[in-house]
Write a protein that binds this ligand. Structure first.
Ligand code: MLT
Length: 266
């Protein structure tokens, strides 16, 4: 794990694997909520075909804690600054769920750095008022209760039945990450997601290649909703992974990596 300091002094940690292959693309993998770079453990084999950058967003993993709230735009700007410091001028953004929400901001504000998008288990719409209210309640609660109840509740929602039954070590690693995430970060991210913009109108205007990956058993961002989103994006590729829930790259790493390699090679 490496780290750099952003211009304002905050430390951001990341994994970086440089691919020796000529003309290999760079993929930046941006984790979901409330996780860190370790959710991409199954994507390490992709270093044979691409350089990989896997940051911990501010507040998460080994990066500095959140001091004053966050926004999806700020998180995107932080990653852009990290990439600039690393000399990565063009990247494929691969974001899962919240990492996808941050990706829309990257597309809007840093499009000159973007050569493609992999949208995993995410959506372009903003929260409706009921969901936003639920997040505000959850943000207030987590500061009182700590992260353990969040981990317990999310455990049931993040994975397919198959993963829950057959891959307990995968489930346990994600639960551990959630439990070790600072309640203040969880609260700040919930509030930031509740205020995020709606990017649906942007979808038909996307000019870079896009791969949309859904999990057959995802109850948070259902596959049929993701397929509708993919149909709005000109020329996009849609892949639905069987026996995968919301954490599809971690639950079905080989199938996911195969889809990415195939899409890059097109
Ligand atoms: C995530 O996986 O990042 C979250 O489920 C996003 C959300 O709560 O909308």
């Amino acid at each position: 794990m490496k780290s750099i300091h952003l211009d304002d002094g905050r430390k951001i940690s990341f994994l970086h694997h440089v691919c020796e292959k000529e003309n290999a693309p760079t993929i930046v993998f941006v984790h979901g909520f409330p996780l860190d770079h370790s959710m991409w453990a199954g994507q390490m084999p992709l270093r044979e075909v691409a350089s990989l950058i896997m940051p911990d967003l501010i507040g998460f993993g080994q990066s500095d804690q959140v001091s004053d709230g966050v926004s999806m735009q700020q998180l995107a700007d932080d990653v852009a600054e990290l990439l600039q410091q690393l000399g990565a001028t063009k990247v494929i953004w691969c974001g899962l769920s919240m990492g996808g929400y941050v990706g829309w901001e990257f597309l809007k504000n840093h499009s000159e750095m973007l050569s493609g998008l992999v949208c995993c288990n995410t959506r372009a719409t903003a929260d409706d008022e009921k969901t936003a209210r639920g997040r505000r309640v959850a943000a207030a609660q987590v500061v009182e209760t700590g992260a353990d109840p969040v981990a317990a509740a999310m455990r049931e929602k993040l994975f397919s039945k198959s993963t829950l039954e057959t891959k307990p070590e995968v489930v346990a690693s994600v639960v551990d990450v959630i439990r070790s995430t600072a309640p203040a970060t969880i609260a700040a991210a919930q509030l930031a997601m509740s205020k995020r913009s709606d990017f649906s109108e942007l979808l038909p205007q996307i000019e870079v290649p896009v791969l949309v990956v859904a999990g057959e058993d995802d109850v948070i961002t259902p596959a049929n909703e993701m397929q509708v989103m993919a149909m709005e994006i000109p020329g996009s590729t849609f892949v639905e992974l069987s026996e995968a829930g919301h954490m599809s790259p971690l639950e079905r790493p080989e199938a996911f990596n195969h889809a990415v390699v195939h899409w890059i090679g097109q």
